[in-house]
Design a protein around this ligand. Structure first.
Ligand SMILES: [Zn+2]
Length: 217
């Protein structure tokens, strides 16, 4: 290939990259991928998954959604719905991690701490465009989304997304755990501590008393 044609190709690709979203489903990200990950600064999404999504920012391989815990919430569903149905994404990865802040306290205690600050947790605005969207009285603690066990939460999150009516059946969905202690990725493990005994995989391991307010019905 001549330099001339190589430069022409590169410029054509760059131009398309800039206006990619105008192509809708014909302009997907490179990995055709949506990642739901915890916001924790010690969770290196690119290293864990072997992709380039946020290093450098705009690496191109995924639409990356991060929140506290990497849990499924209304905004996670909204974002997944858009990328899956309209931007050509065909795969979802849920990435959570050991030692997560969402394992480090009981949701009831967090609610009590906010009440002690004088905050009325029964009347919290949720969405400026939907002021009618409010939490049912008494549901604030479970809305926080604290976890008992990160592996269980990861698997439940995957199942929930799989069964969601806005997510088509042919989407590939998987969940993974990043071991913060050992800087390595593994599949979720349940029913045993074998393979995860030296990690902070559960709230009880992190010294939290009692079960979290039940989040899944
Ligand atoms: Zn976390």
């Amino acid at each position: 290939m001549t330099i001339k044609s190589r430069l022409e190709k590169r410029i054509e690709e760059t131009t398309k990259w800039e206006i990619r979203r105008q192509y809708g489903a014909d302009g997907p990200n490179e990995g055709h991928l949506w990642v739901l990950a915890c916001m924790d600064e010690r969770l290196p999404v690119d290293e864990a998954l072997g992709i380039r999504a946020d290093t450098p920012v705009g690496g191109g391989d995924a639409h990356l959604f991060r929140n506290a815990g990497g849990i499924v919430t209304d905004d996670a569903i909204r974002s997944a719905m858009l990328t899956i149905n309209f931007f050509g994404t065909t795969e979802i990865i849920v990435l959570q991690h050991t030692g997560c802040g969402m394992l480090s306290a009981n949701g009831n205690d967090l609610e009590a701490a906010l009440r002690a600050k004088g905050i009325d947790v029964d009347n919290v605005p949720m969405d400026p465009s939907n002021p009618e969207l409010t939490l049912e009285s008494g549901s604030f603690a479970k809305w926080i989304g604290m976890m008992d066990d990160v592996d269980e939460t990861c698997l439940k999150t995957v199942d929930y997304i799989k069964g969601h009516p806005l997510i088509p059946d042919d989407i590939t969905i998987s969940g993974w755990i990043w071991e913060t202690e050992f800087r390595r990725l593994r599949a979720p493990i349940t029913g045993t501590t074998e393979g995860r005994e030296r990690t902070q995989y559960a709230a009880s391991v992190m010294g939290v008393k009692g079960s979290q307010p039940p989040r899944w019905s």
